[in-house]
Every structure is written in C-alpha cells, then in structure tokens.
Design a protein around this ligand. Structure first.
Ligand SMILES: Cc1ncc(COP(=O)(O)O)c(C=O)c1O
Length: 451
C-alpha cells in the first residue's frame, strides 16, 4: 500500500511533502535565542481551534504551527542559548530522526527491531569503550536522564535485594550528595527508598572519605550515585575513590553523566573521569552534549544480566519472546520504545568519533576562553574554576533582582540566553556550553553589558 490509496486517510502524499519540506527548511534556518514562550490564552487566541470533527486540513495545521506554535518554543540549537543545558544536534542526527520516525520501528524487542537495535548497540559500544568497561557491558537508550537514573537504581535495588536476602527492616537507603541531580531524589521517591546525604568537600564533590563515614553507619545503603558533571557547575566527583569505597562495602556505584559524560571523549578532561571504569551503571544524555536530538539517554550496565533480571516483563502474550536476544525492553523500565539511538548512531557513523571529540573539545575551549575573560575582567568574578563546560560567575554589587532583569532583557532582545542560579545561597549567573558553534568572543562581548 502507498500513501495515496488508503480508504480511511485518503491521499496523504501532499501532506507528507508539506511536513518534510518544513523540516528540511528548519534544518538550514537561522535561529535566535529569544525567549518566546506565550501564555496558553495568547496561543489559543492566535491559533484558533485546531482539533475539530472534520479536521482543519494539513495546510491550515502547518500554517498554525509555523506562524504561532513553533515560534513560541525556544531554539535549543541556537549557539547563544546558554541557559540550563541546551542541545546542539548535528544536522545528520536530526535528519535521521525523521528517518527513524518514517521507518516506524518497534525498538523494544530484537525480533521486531534487530537492525535498528544492532546499530544502537554500535553507538553504545563506543560509549562502553570510552568508559573502559569490559566485554559484555551494554544497555539501551531511554527517553532521558531521569528515566535512565530510575532504571539503573531499580536494577541496583533489586540486585541488593537478591544478594542480601530481601528488604532491610527499616527499608533501603541511597547515598548521594546535595549536588546530585534532582532526578535522583525523584527516583528515590519512586523506589520508596531514603536518601542519605553525603557531605561534600569544599568545592562540592563527593569523596571516598566522606562516603566511607556514611557507609560505616548505614548498612542499608544499596547504591551510591556519583556525578560525572553536575548540572549547576559541571563538577565531576572523585570517582576512583568513590568506586573503591562503594565496592569495599558491597554497594552499587551508579554514575550520572547525563550532561558531563560526553567529556569522556575529550582528552583534555578525560583524567577527571578516572575510576569510572569501576562503575556498575552509567548514563549519558546524547541530547545534551553528544549532538543528538531529544529525547535520548544512553543507559549502560557493567552486567546487563542484572538489568534483565530486574526489568523483564512477563505476560501471556509475551511468552514467545526470545529471551536470549538483546531486547532493550528488558533493560529499563519500559516496553514499547522507538529506536531513539538511531540519530546518534547515524551522526557518529557520518562524522566519525574524532569529530565528536573535536566538537566536545570546542565547547570546552569556549568555556575556558569565557572563564579567562571573566577572570581578567574588572566587573565580573569567576565564582569557581570550571571543570567541564559550565561557567559560573557573578557581578559583585548586584542583587537577585538585577540578575533577573538583565537575564530577562537579554532573552527578550534575543541577545543571549543566560539564566541565574544559586550557589551556596548566593545568586550567580551560569553559562552552559554544549554547542560547538558558540563564539566565545561574542559571549564575552555580551558579558560587557553586565557593567
Ligand atoms: C546530571 C543530570 N542528571 C539527570 C538529568 C535529567 O535528565 P533528563 O532531563 O534527560 O531527564 C539532568 C538534566 O539536566 C542532569 O543534568
């Protein structure tokens, strides 16, 4: 059957062309970092009714999307979008996201998605190589760091349950620092486990010594979460020490590298990750700093059999599933899944891993150049030396309202997106560099407006 002979949907050929032409135009369009959210009532007024009994038709729907809806979204790929953690997918990755959708692959089971899963596993194997993990390690792609962290910690908890003979009387505990990403606390809530906070060193790292003190008094800790790139500051915990202590106490080490894990591919910062080869599970979001579109998290296990024992779903209609095959649905908290790793695979295959290394190094160089300019300036203060590509600084003399006003004005003008955050209770500014197209000189020029 072709798109033009369906008795229900009619001829969709022109609709397909309309949508794919729009996508092709967007891929080569200039963006700007304007903050463009509008209220739902404004959007309703501008868009008019779109869901009707007979449909408004593809032309009208795309017109609304183009004129009203898409302009009310933030361009994550703009080189001057330095707020939160943006995303800078390669054109190859985005184009292949369209291909992935068009191929409409069920990526949960090998029997349905073998070719796609094979390619996803090639991309995962590159990351396993960067981690220095042994043969047999592997995982799957899930929607984001939040679900990756949850799936990994669920595996850790189930593993502890079977190794230690059931749930402790007082329940399980999870150890991390206050700098661990908020999704770790969400995972703890979902798993109904208590979070034990490990005190940080002066700079905000998790260290082996502090972890030891906690584990000596907390026998029910089943996992420790270390950060390989905290979101607020880009700090990498002391992974080697933490791994040694965690394993001495029989505790699972999960490393959250959702943002910073990309640094594994960058020789200039690789040493920060030493010890990661000992971790039991790891996540990195290719939609953050590995140039893939949303939504994509690589979730990896040193021993995937433990994930399988945790996540395999069993039901009458699933009885015939070949459990010997590599089934991504058995490695995380999901069943149906799109083959969301394919855009990363295609981009890696197209550009090669050397270019990925260079692109990550480019963001690191940009962050170093901006940090150096801030250090040398007479009106700004570098609050911390950056470890990866997040630069945190302040404008001595300014109050929170001044930061808000400047951030808002630059966003509305479309000059740059840079939002305030807090560090040790103080309001500061934060720039997160993940786009190799960001021009350090332009950023430095804009920072002059903070005078
Ligand atoms: C360190 C870290 N972990 C986890 C997450 C959550 O990832 P996601 O937004 O993909 O769910 C983030 C998001 O910024 C992060 O920076």
């Amino acid at each position: 059957m072709t798109v033009d002979d369906h008795s229900i949907w009619g001829d969709e050929t022109a609709t397909v062309k309309l949508a794919t032409d729009w996508a092709a135009r967007r891929l080569v369009r200039e963006t700007d970092p304007q903050s463009t959210a509008r209220s739902a009532s404004e959007l309703a007024a501008a868009a008019g009714p779109t869901i009707t009994a007979t449909g408004i038709g593809a032309d009208a729907a795309l017109e609304v999307f183009d004129r009203v809806l898409e302009p009310a979204t933030r361009a994550q790929d703009d080189p001057l979008n330095l707020a939160y953690i943006a995303a800078a997918p390669t054109r190859a990755a985005i184009a292949f996201d369209l291909v992935t959708s068009a191929a409409n692959i069920f990526g949960g089971l090998w029997e349905a998605g073998a070719g796609a899963i094979y390619a996803e596993n090639e991309a995962l194997a590159w990351i396993v190589g960067l981690l220095g993990w042994p043969e047999g390690a592997g995982g799957c792609f899930v929607s984001g760091g939040t679900s990756g962290n949850l799936s990994a910690l669920m595996t850790a908890r189930e593993t502890a349950k079977s190794r230690r003979g059931g749930r402790p009387a007082g329940g399980w505990q999870l150890a991390c620092t206050a700098n661990a990403h908020s999704s770790i606390r969400s995972a703890a809530k979902a798993l109904d486990v208590e979070v034990v906070e490990v005190p940080m060193d002066a700079r905000g790292h998790l260290t082996g010594a502090a972890l030891r003190t906690v584990l000596e008094h907390s026998p029910d800790v089943f996992a420790v979460v270390a950060s390989a790139g905290t979101t607020n500051e880009g700090l990498v915990d002391d992974l080697a020490e933490v791994a040694a202590v965690a394993h001495e106490f029989g505790v699972w080490l999960h490393v959250d590298g959702a943002y910073g894990g990309a640094g594994l591919a960058a020789p200039s910062v690789r040493a920060l990750f030493d010890g990661i080869e000992q971790a039991d599970s790891f996540i990195v979001d290719p939609h953050k700093w590995l140039f893939a579109p949303y939504d994509c998290c690589a979730l990896l296990y040193r021993d995937p059999a433990l994930a399988r024992a945790t996540h395999s779903q069993h039901a009458n209609y699933l009885d015939h599933v070949d459990r010997e095959s590599w089934n991504p649905s058995e490695l995380a908290l999901h069943l149906s899944r799109r083959a969301r790793g394919l855009p990363l695979w295609f981009s890696l295959a197209t550009h090669g891993t050397d270019r990925y290394r260079d692109a990550i190094e480019a963001s690191l160089e940009t962050s170093r150049a901006v940090a150096a300019a801030i250090r040398a300036s007479d009106h700004l203060r570098l609050v911390r030396e950056p470890e990866l590509s997040v630069v945190v600084f302040d404008r001595p003399g300014w109050q929170p309202a001044d930061y808000e006003a400047w951030s808002h004005a630059t966003a509305v003008e479309g000059t740059m997106l840079c939002v305030p955050t807090t560090l040790d209770g103080e309001t500061v500014l934060r720039l997160a560099f993940v786009n190799p197209a960001t021009d350090a000189a332009r950023v430095i020029e804009i920072l002059d407006t903070l005078r």
